[in-house]
Design a protein around this ligand. Structure first.
Ligand code: GLY
Length: 369
């Protein structure tokens, strides 16, 4: 039996997050949204299409007005306006109108692109998130942030557009390649660190089962992780204030992601950024030294990096300033007041950022010291 959470938007029920262990209940959920009379377009990338494309299309065929599939080449490099344009062309060709719907089947790139196409096609049509990576299930499928990268800047163009449903088949997590699975786990850890110390302790206590991907433990983990995200986005859906705590680890993380030319996974960069932010929190005497080392070292058993080589700390500092998470020219940096409680700080200096980057920077010289 699946579990569900309802997410509010402006204090009204808006969409359900379904935690299932297969795709079997997907049609039932879509039927509740009146999909029997609508055309549905699955948007997916070439990799996910090979694994789940036909299975999900088969679940819809014959039940809705028409079910079609649009497949784009996988990879962050395709998270562009050009891909969105191709989706518009496909939808126009298939005669999609305002009452029809898009289904984003895939990871964060697919969810963000599909959501943005849904936000803008005919000034907005409905869409559903069917996230198939841990990163997308834990973070990007919830909260209605949609968009594309532009001129090398991540998520520079986008819109807030709430999905009508988020359907998570947790069993897909067991098929993910190890590195991708653990990269997504960084966002789960983030939720504990910023808002729920008891959940953070639970993650550590259940480390073995999480690493083994025990389905029942994964379900509990995702319900608790998504509850944190739900509570934050309900309070501040369009990121006027508190929602920015979800960017913990992202200011330096995004800069590393860009400096490394997207060779590291987003979640790996978030782990590095989280270590840097925890270090700054210690230097600001918000966290104790023991807490800082605990936060840092707890990424290790989950195969996440806590140091990085081949970067130029000065370049990382420069890139943090081009991140869009700025306000009146100041970086909105997220620090930890304690484990389970994040705060936003706009007074972090260049020297502090450089010190934090140097803390996670592993240089050749370190090996010879
Ligand atoms: N990924 C951060 C947010 O949804 O606000």
């Amino acid at each position: 039996m699946s579990r569900r959470l309802n997410v509010l938007y402006r204090k009204k029920p808006c969409y359900d997050i379904i935690f299932a262990q297969s795709f079997e209940e997907l049609w039932e959920e879509l039927a509740l949204l009146g999909c029997g009379d609508r055309k549905l377009c699955i948007v997916t990338d070439s990799r996910v299409n090979e694994i789940y494309g036909e299975e999900v299309l088969g679940l819809l065929a014959g039940k809705c007005a028409r079910a079609v599939k649009y497949v784009f080449p996988c990879g962050e490099a395709n998270k562009t306006l050009d891909t969105v344009k191709e989706i518009y062309r496909f939808l126009i060709g298939e005669g999609f109108d305002r009452k029809d719907m898009l289904l984003a089947l895939g990871g964060g790139v697919t969810g963000d692109i599909t959501g943005y196409a849904a936000a803008t096609y005919l000034r907005g049509i409905d869409y559903v998130q069917i996230p198939t990576t841990l990163l997308a299930q834990a973070d990007s499928s919830i909260g209605g942030k949609t968009g594309v990268d532009f001129d090398g800047f991540k998520n520079m163009v986008g819109a807030f557009k709430m999905p009508r449903l988020v359907y998570m088949n947790l069993a897909v997590l067991r098929t993910l390649e190890e590195r991708q699975y653990f990269a997504g786990f960084a966002e789960v850890m983030k939720h504990g660190l910023i808002r729920d110390a008891i959940f953070y302790e639970w993650l550590i206590e259940n480390m073995y089962e999480i690493c083994e991907r025990d389905l029942d433990v994964l379900e509990e983990m995702m319900v608790r992780s998504c509850t944190v995200k739900k509570l934050v986005v309900e309070k501040d859906p369009e990121e006027q204030g508190e929602r920015a705590i979800l960017n913990f680890g992202h200011t330096i993380g995004h800069a590393i992601e860009k400096a490394k030319n997207f060779q590291l996974y987003h979640g790996e960069c978030v782990a590095l950024g989280a270590v840097a932010a925890a270090y700054l929190s210690w230097k600001r005497e918000l966290l104790s030294m023991e807490e800082y080392y605990e936060v840092r070292d707890m990424f290790v058993p989950f195969y996440l990096p806590i140091s990085v080589e081949g970067i130029d700390p000065g370049e990382i500092l420069r890139l943090t300033k081009s991140d869009k998470k700025m306000e009146s020219g100041r970086i909105k940096f997220v620090l930890l007041k304690k484990i389970g409680r994040a705060v936003i700080d706009t007074d972090v200096t260049d020297e502090e950022i450089l010190a934090a980057v140097n803390e996670i920077y592993f240089s050749e010289e370190d090996t010879h010291a």
